[in-house]
Design a protein around this ligand. Structure first.
Ligand code: PEP
Ligand code: MG
Length: 580
C-alpha cells in the first residue's frame, strides 16, 4: 500500500529524493498527564535521567560534527544547551515535581518549562529574554527522548546521511546543519516556497516539500519516503511499481544534469545574438564554488544575513571584511553584489530579536534597510566593510526593501560620510562603488524612475514584491496558493521597473526566485530583462532556454500577452508563449 501526502512543492534543479525518514517530532506533540504511584517514582526519575543523558549525548555528537568551515557560531549555541542540561533549576526541579505530584516525567518537565518561561518573559533585559528560547530548545530535546516513539539515541541528530528529515518547522540555520549532516530532503508542516528555508534548500540542492499538515504524526522513523519537490508530494511505503518509476525519474534527472554541463563553456546568448547575463545568488560563502562551476558571470545577490545566524553577538567590521575579502578573492575578478543586512520578518536572528519584541506585523515593520537606518551600530560596520572590500575587487552595494526616494537619499548621505571616515582612517575603497536598490515593494516599482535617477542599478526582488503586492505572507502556508508570479499586477510592476531603468540607462536585473524558474525566462526576455540572478543550481536550466530563444520574437509575443492580460488567464498566456 502507498501512503501519499500532498503539500506545497518547492522545485529545485534536483527536485526528487528517496530515503528513510528521520522524523523530528519536537514541538509537534502535546504532552499529557499520567498519574503514577509512589513506588513508581524511582523508575520515572530514572527514565527522565536517561532522556537527559541521551539529549546530552546527542548534543555532544552534533557539536563534534560541526564542519570546520561552518561560517556560523553553532558550537556556542550547543554549549549553552549542554550547560542547561546540567542546571539544577531544570532537571533537579523536574525530579522533585515527579516525586511530589506523582506525575509522569513529560508532564513534570512541561510544568517546569512553563515556570521558567514565565520568569524569562517577565524580564526587562532583552538579552536575558532570549534565553527563553534556550529553555524551549532544551526541553524539546529531553521530551524527544522521553516520548516512546521518539527516535532511538543512535538515530538522534547525529546520523542523517541519506535521510529525509521530516519536521514541524525548520529554520535556515537548521537546514544548513542538517544538510552538512547528510540529509537528502526536507519535509515540513509549516513554511512555504518563498520562506528563507525553502530558498536555502534550493541553494543547497535539497528537495523540500513544505506545508504538509501533521506529517510528523503520520510518518514513522526509518520508513522509506519518496519526496517529489516538483509536484509537492510525499509518498511513504510505496509499492514496487511506484518505486521503480520514481527511480527511473531520478536517473532521468541525473542524465539531464550531465547533459546540461555541456552548456557551461558556451556564451549565454539568444539565437539572434543578444547577450543575457546569468548571475548567481549566494547564501553562504562556500556557494562561490558552485556559482563558478555553473559558469555564473557574476553574483547578483549575496545575502549577508547568514553572517548573523546561530550566534548571540554581532559581527564586527573586521569579520565582515574578512568574509567579503575571501569571497572576492575566490571569485577571481567576477563582480559581486553585496546586499546590506536584510534582517527582520522572515529572517530573524538572536542578536537582534529584541528589536522586534511585541511587533504585531514584522513583515511590515522594522526590517532590512529600515532596521539599519534606525540602528547605526548595526549598519556602520557593514557599510565600512563593504566599502573596504570594494578596494579588493569588483563589488556593488545593494539596498533591500527600499520604499521611497528619501530612504535612498539618507543611505547615500551615510555612505558619503563613511567614505570621509575611511579617508581619515587612511583605508582604501573604490570611490565609484556602484550602489543599487532592490525593487521589492509596490511603491518602489511605481516610483522606479525616481529611484533609478539616484542610483547606479536596480534589481527586482520578486519574492517580496509578490508578498507585498498580493498581500500574502511568504511564510504562511495557508495562503501560499495565492503566491503567483504571473498575477497581472506582478507582471505590470516588473515591466514598469524594467522600462523605468532602461529609460535612464541603468542596468536592471531580477534576483527573486522568478528569475531562476525556466517557465518565466521567455517572458522576462520578452519584456526586456537582460540580467537574471538565481541560485547557482538553476543557471544551466535557464541557459538552455536562453540559447533557444529569439529575443525579437519574444518581444512581440510579450507585447501581445500584455494586451490580453486582463481577459485571459496569464498562466495560460505564458504557457502559449513558451510553446510558440
Ligand atoms: C526577494 O525578495 O525577491 C529577494 C531576492 O530577497 P529575499 O528573498 O532575500 O527577501
Ligand atoms: Mg526580499
Amino acid at each position: 500500500m502507498t501512503t501519499s501526502f500532498q503539500g506545497i512543492g518547492i522545485s529545485t534543479s534536483r527536485s526528487l529524493a528517496l530515503g528513510p525518514a528521520f522524523v523530528d517530532g519536537r514541538g509537534g506533540r502535546s504532552v499529557s498527564l499520567t498519574l503514577i504511584t509512589a513506588d513508581q517514582v524511582a523508575l520515572e526519575v530514572e527514565r527522565l535521567d536517561q532522556a537527559v543523558a541521551a539529549a546530552r549525548h546527542a548534543l555532544k555528537a552534533v557539536r563534534d560534527q560541526i564542519p570546520r568551515h561552518t561560517p556560523i557560531n553553532i558550537a556556542d549555541f550547543i554549549d549553552t544547551h549542554l550547560l542547561m542540561l546540567e542546571d539544577a533549576a531544570l532537571v533537579e526541579e523536574v525530579r522533585r515535581i515527579v516525586g511530589e505530584q506523582l506525575c509522569n516525567a513529560e508532564w513534570a518537565l512541561q510544568l517546569q518549562r512553563d515556570a521558567l518561561v514565565r520568569v524569562f518573559d517577565e524580564m526587562d533585559d532583552p538579552y536575558l529574554r532570549t534565553r527563553r528560547d534556550d529553555v524551549e530548545h532544551v526541553v524539546q530535546q529531553i521530551q524527544t527522548f522521553l516520548q516512546t516513539d521518539a527516535p532511538p539515541a543512535e538515530l538522534s541528530l547525529q546520523d542523517l546521511e541519506g535521510r529525509v528529515v521530516v519536521a514541524r518547522d525548520l529554520n535556515p540555520a537548521d537546514a544548513i546543519l542538517l544538510r552538512h549532516r547528510g540529509a537528502v530532503a526536507f519535509v515540513t508542516e509549516l513554511g512555504g516556497p518563498m520562506s528563507h528555508t525553502a530558498i536555502l534548500a534550493r541553494s543547497l540542492g535539497v528537495p523540500a516539500v513544505m506545508g504538509i499538515h501533521n506529517i510528523t504524526r503520520y510518518l514513522r522513523h526509518g520508513e522509506l519516503v519518496l519526496v517529489d519537490g516538483e509536484t509537492g508530494s510525499v509518498l511513504a511505503d510505496a509499492d514496487p511499481h511506484t518505486l521503480a518509476h520514481f527511480r527511473e525519474r531520478l536517473r532521468a534527472i541525473e542524465a539531464r544534469q550531465i547533459r546540461l554541463r555541456g552548456l557551461i563553456g558556451q556564451p549565454s546568448m539568444t539565437r539572434d545574438g543578444v547577450e543575457i547575463s546569468l548571475l548567481a545568488n549566494l547564501e553562504l560563502p562556500e556557494d562561490v564554488d558552485l556559482a563558478k562551476a555553473n559558469g555564473a558571470c557574476g553574483v547578483g545577490l549575496y545575502r549577508t544575513e547568514f553572517l548573523y545566524m546561530n550566534r548571540r553577538d554581532l559581527p564586527d567590521e573586521e569579520e565582515h571584511l574578512a568574509t567579503y575579502a575571501e569571497i572576492v578573492a575566490n571569485l577571481d575578478g567576477i563582480p559581486i553584489t553585496i546586499r546590506t543586512l536584510d534582517l527582520g520578518a522572515d529572517k530573524q536572528v538572536d542578536s537582534v530579536t529584541d528589536l522586534a519584541v511585541g511587533v504585531s506585523n514584522p513583515a511590515l515593520g522594522l526590517r532590512a534597510i529600515r532596521l539599519c537606518l534606525k540602528e547605526p551600530d548595526l549598519f556602520q560596520p557593514q557599510l565600512r566593510a563593504i566599502l573596504r572590500a570594494s578596494a579588493l575587487g569588483p563589488v556593488r552595494l545593494m539596498l533591500p526593501l527600499i520604499s521611497n526616494a528619501h530612504e535612498v537619499d539618507t543611505v547615500l548621505g551615510l555612505i558619503e560620510q563613511t567614505k570621509r571616515q575611511l579617508d581619515r582612517d587612511g583605508l582604501d575603497y573604490d570611490p565609484r562603488l556602484p550602489i543599487g536598490a532592490m525593487i521589492e515593494v509596490p511603491a518602489a516599482a511605481l516610483t522606479a524612475r525616481a529611484l533609478a535617477r539616484r542610483l547606479d542599478f536596480l534589481s527586482i526582488g520578486t519574492n517580496d514584491l509578490i508578498q507585498y503586492t498580493l498581500a500574502i505572507d511568504r511564510l504562511d502556508e495557508s495562503v501560499n496558493y495565492l503566491f503567483d508570479p504571473t498575477h497581472p499586477a506582478i507582471l505590470r510592476l516588473v515591466r514598469m521597473t524594467i522600462e523605468a531603468a532602461r529609460a535612464l540607462n541603468r542596468p536592471v536585473s531580477m534576483c527573486g526566485e522568478m528569475a531562476g524558474d525556466p517557465r518565466f525566462t521567455r517572458l522576462l526576455l520578452g519584456i526586456g530583462l537582460r540580467e537574471l540572478s538565481m541560485q547557482p543550481g538553476a543557471i544551466l536550466d535557464i541557459k538552455e532556454v536562453v540559447l533557444q530563444a529569439d529575443s525579437r520574437k519574444l518581444k512581440r509575443r510579450a507585447a501581445q500577452l500584455f494586451a490580453r492580460l486582463d481577459d485571459t488567464d496569464p498562466g495560460a498566456l505564458i504557457d502559449a508563449l513558451n510553446a510558440a
